[in-house]
Design a protein around this ligand. Structure first.
Ligand SMILES: [Zn+2]
Length: 244
C-alpha cells in the first residue's frame, strides 16, 4: 500500500527547533517561524486525537474525505476500512502506520489535548513560544515512570537526536522560553533514571542486564552512561531479559 495513503502532517524538522531556540536566546521573535512550528504541532495534536478516536471509539476518519468509518471488531486487524470515496485500508495497516509515524496519542494524550486548547487561546508569539516550549518538555508517563519524551512525537529525528537537542537547547537572558522548563526536564530525566534502576531491582541488576545485552564494559562504565544505553530499550523487555 502507498505510504502517502494517510497524509499525516510531518513532524517539525530538528533544524527548525534549533533555530527557534537560537532566536529565543537572543531575544529575537520570528513570528513566521513560531507560527510555522506551533501550527505544525497543533495539526499533529489534532491528528493524534483522530487516531485516539479510531483506537478507542472505533471511529476512523477517512484520510481522503474526512468521512467517519465505524470499525466493527476491536480485535480484528484484517478488518477492511473502506470509504465511499474510494479510500481503503485495513485496521492493522492503519494502526501500524500511526505507530511508525509517532502520532500524538498514547500516555501523553492529556498534554496534546492541553496544547490544542493553549494554542487556540494564544494571543501573541510570546505565548505561542511558551506553549511550544512547555509541550516539548513533557514525557509519556506509564506506571508513574516518565518514558519517551513527547519531543519525539512532534520533532523528526531519532530518540537520541531529539533528546540531545532538548537537553542542549539554548536559553539566554532575553529568552521568552522558561529555563525552568529545562531544569524540570533534567530533574525528570534524573528521576526517571533512578526509577528505571529501581524497576530493574538495583544497580547490580542494571549492570547484569547491560551484560546480557552485550554492552561493552557494562560492569565498569559509569552507571549514568549504562542507563542511557538501556533507555533505548523498552523497560519490560529489559525485565524479561533479567528473568531469562
Ligand atoms: Zn473518504
Amino acid at each position: 500500500m502507498k505510504t502517502n495513503l494517510y497524509k499525516w502532517t510531518s513532524r517539525v524538522p530538528i533544524y527548525k527547533i534549533a533555530k527557534l531556540y537560537e532566536n529565543d536566546s537572543k531575544g529575537i521573535i520570528d513570528d513566521e517561524l513560531i507560527n510555522d512550528i506551533g501550527f505544525t504541532i497543533y495539526m499533529r495534536c489534532l491528528e493524534g486525537q483522530e487516531v485516539m478516536d479510531a483506537v478507542h471509539k472505533m471511529r476512523v476518519k477517512c484520510r481522503s474525505c474526512s468521512n467517519i468509518i465505524v470499525r466493527k471488531d476491536k480485535r480484528n486487524h484484517n478488518e477492511v476500512l473502506a470509504c465511499q470515496c474510494g479510500w481503503k485500508t485495513t485496521w492493522g495497516h492503519y494502526r501500524q502506520n500511526t505507530l511508525t509515524q509517532n502520532m500524538c496519542n498514547g500516555q501523553a494524550a492529556p498534554f496534546f489535548t492541553k496544547y490544542i486548547t493553549k494554542w487556540e487561546s494564544a494571543k501573541n508569539s510570546k505565548q505561542k513560544m511558551l506553549f511550544i516550549d512547555w509541550l516539548i518538555h513533557q514525557f509519556h508517563i506509564k506506571d508513574n515512570i516518565p518514558g519517551r519524551a513527547v519531543g519525539t512525537n512532534i520533532i523528526s529525528g531519532t530518540k537520541t537526536q531529539v533528546a540531545d537537542l532538548i537537553i542542549n537547547l539554548s536559553y539566554g537572558n532575553n529568552s521568552i522560553a522558561l529555563l525552568k522548563a529545562k531544569r524540570e526536564y533534567m530533574k525528570l530525566i534524573n528521576n526517571w533514571k533512578k526509577k528505571l534502576i529501581e524497576f530493574l531491582g538495583g544497580n547490580s541488576k542494571a549492570r547484569l542486564v547491560g551484560k546480557k545485552l552485550g554492552i561493552e564494559n557494562s560492569n565498569r562504565i559509569p552507571l549514568d552512561v549504562l542507563i542511557d544505553k538501556l533507555s533505548e530499550i523498552d523497560k519490560y523487555k529489559l525485565k524479561e531479559l533479567l528473568n531469562e
